[in-house]
Ligand binder design. Structure first.
Ligand SMILES: [Cu+2]
Length: 389
């Protein structure tokens, strides 16, 4: 009861804070952000409409053969389903405020898939995000963890064709706590109509490092490689683009019944599974990829690898690596639970060489294609004796 009372007190404090005069709010933000002088990092981010492929390439990477009857529900175009390509609204980074030239995504971030660019900073830095909405619907950028005033909260939709500048501070409480890992992950996403916006695809991540712990390119000095993975079931029935997608990708748009979900026995281990239009639009994805199609999760044995794990949407997930483990406060583990909007950072030093599954351990999610593969390559022979584990 005591804890509950304290929590209620805190909640009241939050309400009072939100009613405070703008000047007071600014002082509070300054105090939270700390006095450390950092740099301003400017990003040019647009919300763009793209035809997103949930399973690029022809092959189902797991079995080395075509999708089975269950996978076909989510991947193959048919008379009552759209298939594996949908128009979505995603965040993309541009080289400057003209928003004409996309900033190339390096190979090390190829696995991000549908996620927007990683925005980085050290504690004390300012993230200035010039956001242009190049879609047909209002979108915004709402960040977690960083310090902002009401204007930069990202609750107001930026109209199509317009630009807005968000100013976010990497405060002391935006970075790791003392004794924690050197960097932590936060989400950002559109928050005009949050469920519809995120199911449309408008999601990215922020990585905040402790002061003085990064290289010139913003990466943490104490890790060799970073991966960011989003566990999310994209519900295309809830996307702003569902009608557009029916008109574009259905063989006969007029024949589609948007409410249709039909239980049907299909030939997958004799199990009855639901099929039909609404079911086929539920995509059990990691970074927007289904059934082992996520590229680029490759590391070398013995490297220090940092995994940033995030989740959004309607469900809870359990991230599970085969064959290798991550550190977990006093033990090692190969499963990390993720509730919706949970954000977790875990370090791995892989010893088991090979290509292994990385998947959600919730049974129905795994069956729906919520798995990927990661590869651990043998370390170079020259480093065998110098490797420090
Ligand atoms: Cu899951």
């Amino acid at each position: 009861m005591r804890g509950r009372t304290a929590w209620l007190g805190m909640a009241c404090g939050v309400v009072l804070l939100s009613l405070a005069a703008p000047q007071v709010t600014a002082e509070i933000i300054e105090a939270k952000a700390g006095t450390a002088q950092g740099v301003t990092r400017t990003y040019y981010i647009a919300a763009d409409e793209v035809a997103w492929g949930y399973a690029p390439g022809q092959m189902d990477h797991t079995m080395g053969k075509g999708p089975d009857a269950r996978a076909q529900v989510f991947l193959e175009n048919g008379e009552d389903r759209l298939g594996k390509v949908y128009m979505k609204a995603v965040y993309r980074e541009y080289t400057n405020g003209d928003f004409t030239t996309l900033k190339p995504r390096p190979a090390s971030w190829e696995h991000l898939g549908i996620l927007g660019p990683v925005l980085r900073g050290e504690v004390g830095d300012t993230l200035k995000v010039v956001f242009k909405n190049q879609t047909r619907y209002p979108f915004s950028m709402h960040p977690h963890g960083v310090v902002y005033d009401r204007d930069s909260e990202g609750m107001t939709g930026v109209p199509p064709g317009q630009t807005f500048v968000y100013t976010w501070q990497a405060g002391e409480r935006s970075g790791p706590t003392p004794g924690g890992l050197s960097s932590v992950v936060w989400l950002y996403h559109s928050h005009v109509n949050e469920p519809r916006d995120v199911n449309s695809g408008a999601i990215g991540t922020i990585i905040i490092s402790a002061k003085g712990t990064t290289r010139a390119d913003g990466t943490p000095t104490d890790v060799d490689r970073e991966f960011v993975t989003l566990f999310m079931i994209f519900n295309e029935n809830t996307s702003w683009y569902i009608d557009h997608n029916i008109a574009t990708y259905a063989a006969d748009p007029k024949a589609i019944n948007k409410l249709r979900a039909v239980p049907k026995l299909v030939d997958v281990d004799g199990e009855a599974i639901a099929t039909g239009f609404t079911v086929s639009n539920v995509k059990f994805s990691m970074n927007g990829y289904l059934f082992g199609h996520m590229p680029g999760l490759t590391m070398k044995q013995g490297e220090r690898v940092r995994w940033y794990l995030v989740a959004l949407g309607n469900a809870e997930h359990t991230a599970h690596w085969h064959a290798n483990v991550v550190a977990d406060r006093g033990r090692y583990t190969d499963v990390v639970p993720l509730l919706s909007a949970q954000m977790d950072t875990r370090d791995m030093v892989a010893d088991a060489v090979g290509t292994w599954m990385f998947h959600c351990h919730v049974s129905g999610h795994l069956q729906g294609g919520m798995y990927a593969h990661y590869t651990v390559e043998p370390r170079a022979p020259a480093t065998l004796t110098s490797e420090v584990r």
